[in-house]
Each structure stands twice: as C-alpha cells, then as structure tokens.
Design a protein around this ligand. Structure first.
Ligand code: FEO
Ligand code: CA
Ligand code: CA
Ligand code: CA
Length: 531
C-alpha cells in the first residue's frame, strides 16, 4: 500500500509550506529561509571510510568493541540502541544493545570453515546482548567510560533470564541469554527495554506442519550446534534494571522481530509501548499496560491502517484466535500468525518508532520493501484519536518518503530533540550501498529534519558513516548538548582479515571496530536550541 506514496505525499507535504507562504509576507519568509540556509553547513554524501561531520560538529569515541569494562568482561560487538540513565549531574549509565556478531571478526570463523567450535560460539554469545557502562562527562561533550566502575556489567547471550510473570515456555521459566538486540526503549520508572529482533539467526525458528512442531535452521550463526535452545525463548522485549542488572523477558508484549519498544504514558498513568516488527510485510503493534509502573500484564494490539483501528490480540475477544490457539500464551508466542488472522496491515519493514514531544504524533520508519518496488522507504505519521495513546482509532499518512528528491534512503532509527526536531539514521544494507539504485546516497548517514520553520520536512545530512556501516541508537544527553550515536558494522562486507573493507576507527591496517561515539559542538547546540 506504500507503493505509490512518494511523489503525491511529498507534494502534499510541500503544499503545507505553500500555505505558510500565503500567510506570511514573502520578503520576511525569504529572509528567514536564506538566513537559515546560509548558516546551515550542509554535508554532501560520501563513500569515504570515515565518520564525516558537518562543520560545527565534532565527535569522540566513548566505547569500542573489546574495551575492558571489568576484570572479566568486555564491551560487546555491533552496538545498536542506546539509552542514558543519569546517576548524577555528569555521570550516568549508558545501556547499549549489541545486535549480532560478525563471525570473521568476533570468533575468527570463516564461512568456509565448516562447523564452529563451542568456544567460538561462546565468544559470539559474550559479544551479543547488552552492555551497561558507567560514563562521565569530564568537559562539555567529552564523555569517558569509567573502566573499573562497579556499575559496569553485561547481560549477554549466556545470562539466564526469567520470563515475566508465571510464564513457563516449553517447560522452562528462564531462557539462556538475550540476542539480536536491535533498538529498544526506556520506561518512566528507569528501566531499559532491549528488543530481540532477528532471533531466528541464532537458534533457528519453529514452523508447524500438519500440527507438528518443526525446527527450521536457515543461514545464521548456528549457535544451536552447541547450545540447542527453543526458538520460542527468543523474539521478546527484555526489561533490565540498569543499576541492579535484574532482567526479565516480557511475554505480554508478544514475540516477533521486535525492532523498537517506544514508551509513552497515558493520562491514567499506564504505559503504552509501540513496537515495529522489522520484516517485509509485517506489522506495527502497541501494548497497553493494565496498571501504572509495570509492563507485566496488559493487552497487545496490532494496527489495521486501512480502517485506522487497533485490533486486540486477545483470545477471549477473538473467535478466530480461539479456533487457532489453545491459550493466550500460544497467541503471544505466535504473534505474527495471530495478527495476520486478525487482518493486520502488512508494512514495508516497520522499524523505529518515536513520539513527537509537541503533538504526540507517532512516527514510524518503514525501511523499504524491495519485493514491492519500494527501494527507498518512508516515515509514516500516525495520529491517535484526540492524541490519546489509549485510543483505539487513528489516522495515518506518509510524512516523508525517501528517494533522490529528498536525499535519503532506508530510514531506520529516529530520535526527537528537546525542540521537537526529528533526527534520523539510515540503513542501506552493506551489500546494496553505493550501487544502483542507491548510488546517489553513498554511505549511510545521520539526518536532521526540522518539523517547523523554513526548512520544515527537509532532511539535512549532518554525518556520514564509514564503509559498510550504519549509524544506530541516536540519543541525547539530558541537557541536549551531547548526542550519543553508534557506528555499527563498519567493514561488514569483509571476506578476509587481510583485506578489510574498513579500518575505522584506528585506520592503517587495523580491524574495523563498532563503537559508541558522542557528537557535540556549536551546530548541535544551535539546531537543538541548547546553546
Ligand atoms: Fe536491527 Fe531492523 O534493524
Ligand atoms: Ca534498526
Ligand atoms: Ca529511536
Ligand atoms: Ca537496520
């Protein structure tokens, strides 16, 4: 349904700018626009193996894959989502997702090597999951990892994690580890939400043939060769208390390739969590908690965009679910199948969700759907009735479509700054980057999209990523003057350690290393209104 969106919706969006022009005197508007444009240092796309920044921005590395965070633990690989939890004014805990290993770098396993050893799988398990690191701001925009802090810990592929409530899944009330940790969320009660996205790449998935459960192992990391775990133990949202490390998998939020878990709070104090299922033709969900301060019970809904309504995935309310599932836990384990039976709207890879702090509108990235001819993706804007997150009806429209006209392709992560401007990172896959039809965009980038003013709705490139990498996890410090950002999978197209496609960040002939960086500088302060 998003095949023909781009031109028309883009023009509709620009049409709103025309309305503004008819209200304000032309000369004033032109003066504002030229002032903004003349002082805005735009960055051109780049295919360089470097982290390039618009003038007025600078960066420092905060943590790099392999950094010692305690005597026994090291910072994980392929950092993705980030959330900051303040301890004191200039001290805080940064929770960092580590999505997936790259075996050649992490366990020195080549695709031609055959079966991995148990030790190689353990090396990958240790580098996947979540790092919690204590960081301190020593000067404006200069943050350091405190290497010996007692707060530093890993919740990784080898940590035993209970399921929430009294849930037992395939006979066990705990799972071995968390994995595929992509984007996530942060609750108002100070916990971290980590989403298990492409879980099928680790212990496979299940399918039912004539009512019989079968395991399916496609290409992936093949951890099941040494640790045979039920795939039903993965694909959940994991809640972590950053200070204590207490962790559980939240069964009521359903099991699918959770990309994000973005929390807002309704007027009655209950949390509402939006979550995309990042695969082609999968769905957007929202979870409404039963009571304030907890996600341990509530109702999961899926979006029907044609009808503009949320459909409850509740066995007791849906006859079609009663015919196909024995109990509510089964519905939640097979969320995708249940949602499809209920008429959910297939989307073009729904990834990150952010909620506009000014209007309450929900913004969702749809990365792409090449099979449907949608190469460049878009950002969907969803408005709940009366801006109430508890509403069961909504309207939706394309906010901004990717493509050569708008200068970006494959939107993935979003963040709002304190002024209500949108920040976006892109994820053109390493295998497609710098090739037709993605040539004009070159490497992935960080974009700034003001929602108001003369440049409203224009995506402006502020940073370009090293070779094969994407930026992930944009998150602002509480004062808004630092932007934490991850560089994920630099050099992921490398086939041999002797010929790495990237050497970021150390340069020379070094191995590429994913890292968390922090951006600051006068341009950031000006754009976010924090200077
Ligand atoms: Fe892990 Fe959908 O990006
Ligand atoms: Ca993502
Ligand atoms: Ca986000
Ligand atoms: Ca992605």
């Amino acid at each position: 349904m998003h095949r023909n969106f781009s031109r028309r919706d883009f023009l509709e969006f620009m049409g709103r700018g025309m309305l503004v022009a008819s209200i304000f005197p032309n000369s004033l508007l032109t003066a504002c626009a030229s002032l903004e444009q003349s002082t805005f240092p735009s960055l051109t796309p780049s295919s360089a193996d470097a982290l390039r920044l618009a003038s007025g921005l600078n960066y420092q590395i905060v943590a790099t894959w392999g950094d010692k965070i305690s005597t026994t633990e090291s910072f994980g690989f392929n950092n993705d989502y980030l959330a900051y939890f303040p301890l004191r004014e200039n001290d805080g805990l940064l929770c960092v997702n580590h999505e997936a290993p790259f075996p050649l770098f992490v366990s020195n396993h080549k695709s031609t090597d055959g079966k991995k050893s148990k030790k190689q799988v353990e090396q990958e398990m240790d580098a996947t999951g979540v790092s919690i690191i204590h960081i301190r701001q020593e000067a404006p925009g200069s943050w350091k990892l405190i290497k010996d802090s007692p707060h530093n810990r890993l919740v990784n592929g080898r940590t035993r994690i209970p399921f929430s409530g009294s849930n037992k899944i395939l006979g066990s009330n705990t799972a071995l580890g968390t994995l595929a940790n992509c984007a996530g969320g942060q609750t108002p009660w100070g916990t971290y939400l980590s989403c298990e996205e492409n879980f099928h790449e680790f212990y496979g998935d299940v399918q039912y043939v004539n009512g019989k459960r079968e395991l399916v192992y496609k290409d992936g990391f093949q951890w099941h060769e040494h640790f045979r775990q039920p795939p039903e133990h993965y694909g959940w949202v994991v809640e972590i208390e950053p200070r204590s490390g207490k962790t559980e998998k939240l069964v009521p939020l359903g099991r699918f390739a959770h990309e994000s878990a973005t929390v807002t709070v309704a007027k009655d104090g209950r949390a509402v969590v939006y979550s995309g299922d990042d695969a082609v033709n999968q769905f957007l969900y929202k979870f409404v908690a039963d009571r304030p301060g907890s996600l341990r019970s509530g109702t999961l809904y899926v979006a029907n965009l044609q009808e503009g309504r949320w459909i409850p995935l509740a066995l007791d309310q849906q006859e079609v679910l009663q015919k196909n599932f024995h109990n509510q836990q089964e519905v939640l384990i097979h969320t995708r199948e249940a949602a499809r039976l209920l008429g959910a709207t297939p989307l073009d890879r729904p990834e990150d969700v952010e909620i506009c702090p000014r209007t309450g509108a929900v913004y969702l990235t749809l990365t792409n759907n090449v099979g449907k001819g949608n190469y460049f993706g878009s950002i969907l804007k969803l408005e709940e009735r009366a801006a109430d997150p508890l509403a069961m009806e909504f309207t939706s429209s394309t906010f901004l479509a990717g493509g050569p006209e708008t200068g970006f392709a494959c939107p993935d992560n979003l963040a709002f700054d304190r002024k209500g401007n949108l920040w976006m990172t892109t994820d053109i896959s390493g295998s497609a980057m710098n090739k037709d039809p993605y040539l004009p965009f070159q490497n992935n980038g960080l974009f700034y999209i003001p929602l108001e003013g003369p440049n409203a709705g224009k995506a402006q490139l502020l940073a370009t990523a090293p070779t094969d990498a994407e930026f992930t996890g944009p998150t602002f410090s509480p004062d808004g003057r630092s932007l934490f950002l991850c560089v994920q999978h630099p050099g992921e197209q490398t086939k041999s350690l002797e010929a790495c496609t990237s050497h970021w960040p150390a340069g020379g002939n070094s191995l590429p290393r994913p890292a968390v960086v922090v951006l600051s500088g006068p341009l950031l302060e000006r754009l976010t209104g924090t200077g």
